[in-house]
Write a new protein. Sequence first.
Length: 399
Amino acid sequence: MGPPDAQDTAERLRAICDELSDRFYERADVVRTLVVTLLAGQHSLVLGPPGTAKSELARELTGRIEGASYWEILLSKFTAPTRMFGPIDVAALARGEYRQVYDGRATTAHVAFIDEIFKCSTAALNETLGFLNERLYHPENGGEPIRCPLIGAITASNELPDGEDSAAIYDRLLVRIEVGYLADPSNFAALVRSAVSRPVPAARTTVELDALRHAVTEAVPAVDVPDPIVDAVCTLRAALRRKELIASDRRWRQAVGLLQACAYLDGRAEVTETDLSVLTHVLWDSPAERPTVEREVLHLVNPDAKEALDLADTIEELEAQLDAMAGQSREALSEWVIKQAHHKLAWAGRRLEQLRAEAAAAGRSTAAIDRVTGHQRAVRARVLTEALGVDASTVQAQL
């Protein structure tokens, strides 16, 4: 049997992205980024509050890889290394033999989902780092380290690391993705309806483990990175350093694989400027730094998305004004809507629609535009309900 068809694999992965994006509202960029990270053979962190479908999304994605050994765990400060990598074989111990049982544990996993990753116990820290960094596990009784077949791990947390031990793990997670609760009122309404409606069987595209491994080890590294992209990365690094945002050389080098994975997923033989958008999930440590990184990246590669972020500032200002007016009379709120909020929100909504159409026609990412659009609709709904006393779910026309 010959090597897997790289084009067919990319097509299947794109179909998986589309199917999961339809199922998980406002998660299209998250899904794509997780797939790109796996293709680059790297690990990702999904950071967000409870109840944002982090675990469900990770399970659904990893479940699409046929033939893969999947391992999942919810960590705590008391999780022992043997629970992660292999418990002691009690029957063998009774015979005077010290052995571990590795089947079904991290040691034999091709893909892994590690929830509450920063609650990793001190006892398991070194083995977890070795597992993520080098795909190695050192048995409890010594001897030769075991090479693990891990392609990549998806990790999740409700909070940032708060100590040196968890910070060491955080540093090894190349891709960091923030998720929040649904912002678009129409998506929230669809979510509520889905809780009481009979689900329609959805398409379920899968990809074979061997095909994914071939993509990770052969097809993705073969994608060309032309000199203009190298120049753009150098320009971006200099721009971020001027803002005192410093990423390690290792992180920059590993990010090149993400750029190649983006191009491969889109069926291209070389990286283009649009692929640089994935770096918005790589080059920050604190979530407070992410907007600055995003602006610098999009200023370089995606002018329509940068304008969308400028519109986001206007929308956030209106939301802050609405918060500040809490408790005022309905007359005062209505006057504010008529004189300020109505025009600005309506104009922002129309402009975002135009920007999205332009970006889609040019083959550029619409993730940032979609996120701002969701925020615009959420603020619009608040204005309708809090300032005007109108049920936003019954209003179809734009404010």
